[in-house]
Design a protein around this ligand. Structure first.
Ligand SMILES: *Cc1c(COP(=O)(O)O)cnc(C)c1O
Length: 517
């Protein structure tokens, strides 16, 4: 399998190249040259596979054996999705029934209790594998290849990246976060990691400042090349790829559960996904395109609803025209975005589907269309897509949103439900939206599967706001995992940077790399 950039189209790269590059030099995102077909007997053959073996067969469809052999992939996958060493549930992503019609796919049983672990645990192992292979091919005189991962976080990404890369040979990781603006638990998760290759940089500034600094460092060509900077944000193709696996896992778990209740049919599923940068749900789109049977994917956004507005109107606009506002702080901070970075990948498929069937260079034409759209978003803050593009988008997706009051009401409603379930505020967005999107189908789907993206303990403020006055509720007893209790008291390691200044951060990284800190 080869890959190309959504804004280029002519040059093709290997899986290894796109994983190490992250973003394409033309500013585009890498996508596979084709969407692989499932083997004919996938439904029977795959139904008996463990999560790990399912991951092996799915990854193998997207990675050429000449790059990673079946044995390589198997080893990577088994080292990553290891129970109980890395993940706390033997099914890795267990499906939990809330009612006959509604299930939760719990994606938070990894080391940092957020769904990002599923991708970043594997990405860390992939980086290490590629570096090791490159270095063993070198003569002893040649210097070893190294990677310096630099990223900004407002919470979940940073801790999941740190846990994915801690203690990896020839890799250093620097995570910038805004001082006083990440939750106590998230800061504790990041800064209590004592591995020598992990560096937390606490910046006196906002998350946007941190992100701007990271962008400045990546565009500093000399610095970038000298340190071999690498990115782990959600535009990295490997992150999308490994997330496809749990859609299949959910399908088979549901099938088994329905068979147990005597209804042996193809499950009629609608997935509903709390969405920010469109990474998690894009993996669902690939599963759908691979022909995993499912209804339209439900996009669930919070008040930062650029995607919901797009699906309603065909206008993709950074500023909400009815409020005149850009990004807003909500109770589901991991979804507080102005633009949705992975949406560009979907736009490419929409542009391709809506271009003329007679065009001999359809792929390149779609890339040009996408490059034009993205340029316009950058310059004018918005685009309006042609009707046929919006129609294509609506064939595979529906979208709705939830505001903060709906989030807290939903947490309370499910807590009081039977069985009682406490969703985190992001999952609550999904649960609220699930009820709305089911009605938009002509025949309601038999079952909805809502992806639970984080453990509720990570977002104590929102959960306490929703349940603080509920009868008999006790956060420490009902929500807080044992592991979190002593977290806050543990030893910490963090570098403070007193101004949001790229030069200062660059100097800090230099000093750390040279061993002067
Ligand atoms: C990152 C994150 C999301 C959003 O995922 P995307 O792939 O960016 O759409 C939702 N919920 C939680 C808890 C997250 O950490």
């Amino acid at each position: 399998m080869r890959y190309f950039s959504t804004r280029g189209g002519d040059e093709e790269l290997s899986f290894e190249e796109v994983v190490l590059a992250g973003l394409a030099p033309d500013g585009g995102l890498y996508i596979p040259a084709e969407i692989p077909k499932l083997p004919e007997n996938w439904e029977d053959d795959w139904s008996k596979l463990s999560y790990q073996d399912l991951a092996v067969v799915i990854l193998s469809l997207f990675i050429s054996p000449s790059e990673l052999s079946r044995e390589d992939i198997t080893e990577l996958v088994y080292n990553t999705y290891a129970y109980p060493q890395k993940f706390r549930d033997p099914l890795i992503t267990p499906l939990v029934p809330l009612s006959e019609k509604r299930y939760i796919l719990e994606l938070f049983h990894g080391p940092t209790y957020a769904f990002k672990d599923l991708a970043l645990q594997l990405l860390g192992n992939l980086f290490e594998f590629f570096l090791r292979r490159r270095n063993t091919r070198k003569t002893p005189e040649e210097p070893a290849e190294r990677l310096t991962v630099v990223g900004a976080t407002s919470g979940d990404t940073g801790s999941a990246a740190i846990y994915g890369l801690r203690n990896k040979a020839n890799i250093s990781i620097f995570i910038l976060f805004p001082r006083g603006r990440v939750s106590e638990i998230q800061e504790a998760q990041m800064t209590t990691v004592m591995d020598e290759n992990v560096h937390n940089v606490r910046v006196a500034g906002t998350f946007d400042d941190c992100q701007d600094i990271v962008k400045t460092l990546f565009s500093d060509k000399e610095f970038n090349e000298r340190h071999s900077l690498a990115a782990v944000n959600s535009i990295n193709w490997a992150r999308i790829l490994v997330q496809i696996v749990y859609y299949f896992s959910a399908y088979f778990q549901l099938k088994k559960s329905l068979a147990g209740s005597g209804t042996s049919v193809k499950p009629d599923i609608q997935f509903v996904v709390p969405t920010g940068n469109f990474g998690d749900i894009l993996a669902g789109y690939y599963a759908k395109r691979m022909m995993l049977p499912m209804r339209k994917l439900g996009i669930a956004t919070n008040a930062n609803d650029i995607l919901t507005r797009f699906w309603k109107t065909g206008r993709y606009a950074k500023v909400n025209p009815s409020t005149g506002l850009g990004v807003r702080e909500t109770l589901s901070p991991a979804m507080d975005i102005t633009v949705s970075s992975n949406f560009e990948r979907l736009l490419w498929y929409l542009a391709y589907q809506s271009s003329s069937p007679d065009d001999p260079k359809k792929r390149t034409t779609a890339c040009k269309t996408v490059a034009g759209w993205m340029e316009q978003v950058k310059k004018e803050g918005q685009i309006v897509v042609p009707d046929e593009v919006l129609r294509a988008a609506r064939e595979d997706f529906v979208a709705e949103k939830a505001d903060d009051a709906q989030i807290t009401n939903t947490i309370l409603k499910y807590y009081e439900g039977s069985p009682s379930y406490i969703p985190d505020p992001h999952t609550a967005v999904g649960l609220h939206v699930a009820a709305l999107v089911a009605k938009e189908e002509i025949v309601e789907p038999a079952v909805q599967v809502i992806l639970a993206t984080a453990h509720p303990a990570k977002f104590s403020a929102a959960v306490n706001q929703a349940l603080g006055t509920a009868d008999g509720f006790d956060f420490d007893r009902d929500v807080l995992p044992h592991e979190f209790r002593d977290f806050l008291a543990r030893e910490r390691r963090v570098i403070d940077v007193d101004r949001p200044d790229a030069g200062l951060v660059r100097a800090t990284i230099e000093m750390v790399v040279q061993g002067k800190v």
